[in-house]
Design a protein around this ligand. Structure first.
Ligand code: BJW
Length: 235
């Protein structure tokens, strides 16, 4: 990248690819999460209404996998950037794992929800959740048996969009890491950043669907590309 002169506000978008080397499967790879679980069955509100047990089992398993995973060098490098970058920084993650936080990052926003959170459809409370939901536990706030995974499914509104759009409008640099660019609104962030005159960089194993929108694309594993880019930014 051409130096960091004039860059103060950074927005980083991360996707499943940043956690792949921590052992968490991506969605759209041949052996990805959608392979055995068709997306309309497990990632839509209609699928949940049709077969809640299937969906609860799917996310109970994902929760176990998230708890067993460890942050990799890419998460750690972003945590370093978060602690050392004086300007504005926002890590918008589409991931439901907590590996950014466990690596030490604090300026993190989970736009598609969190595996370790349960949402009560009766009283709207949210609770940190590390156990199962398949067995129908009562909501600790209201006592109703109405907890669902706190995940944004297709057709639902991603979280904190106003905050994200505000950060994109101020961004001097937008960096997309490990995401295929197949899911909106996240896939459109690069265009919003460009209209705010931000520079745009993609770090991914292969070109994403919106690759043409980026000023620069670096292809390779996140565990190598991200630490190298952070080193460049901070020196
Ligand atoms: C590596 C690597 C390594 C591998 N190193 N890289 C028609 C047009 C436009 C939009 C729509 C449309 N029809 C419907 C829509 C809307 C819909 C949508 O986008 N559908 C598309 C299929 C077209 N979107 C929605 O419904 C969203 N809500 C919405 O739009 O509300 C209205 C609204 C309007 C206006 C403003 C705001 C809102 C909600 C989307 C919810 C997505 N939920 C999911 C599942 C929940 C979480 C979970 O179960 O974990 O989120 S879907 C799934 O995809 C998950 C992910 O977060 C998301 C993105 O996937 P990601 O992260 O990109 O993973 P992959 O597998 O696709 O890619 C991995 C990449 O990593 C690859 O490129 C690899 O090469 C790379 N990689 N190893 C670096 N080691």
């Amino acid at each position: 990248m051409r130096g960091m002169a004039g860059i103060r506000n950074i927005v980083i978008l991360t996707g499943a690819g940043i956690s792949a080397e921590s052992g968490l499967r991506t969605f759209r790879a041949d052996d990805g999460l959608w392979e055995n679980h068709p997306v309309e069955q497990v990632a839509t509100p209609q699928g949940f209404r049709r077969d809640p047990e299937l969906v609860q089992r799917f996310y109970d398993e994902r929760r176990v996998n998230v708890l067993a995973a460890e942050p990799n060098a890419a998460h750690r490098a972003l945590a370093r950037l978060d602690s050392e970058w004086d300007g504005e920084l926002l890590i918008v993650t589409q991931n439901i794992d907590d590996l950014h936080e466990r690596a030490g990052a604090t300026r993190v926003l989970h736009m598609h929800g969190e595996a370790l959170s349960a949402w009560c459809l009766a009283c709207d409370a949210r609770h940190r959740w590390t156990g199962t939901l398949l067995d129908g536990p009562a909501c600790p706030t209201c006592g109703e048996i109405a907890l669902r995974p706190d995940i944004v499914w297709f057709g639902e509104m991603p979280y904190e969009m106003e905050r994200i759009f505000a950060a994109l409008a101020r961004a001097d640099l937008f960096v997309s890491i490990g995401t295929s660019g197949a899911v909106y609104p996240a896939a459109g962030f690069v265009q919003q950043a460009k209209s705010a005159r931000a520079r745009t960089l993609e770090l991914n194993l292969e070109r994403s669907q919106g690759s043409g929108w980026f000023d620069e694309s670096r292809l390779g594993p996140a565990s190598e590309l991200v630490p190298a880019w952070v080193e460049e930014v901070l020196t």
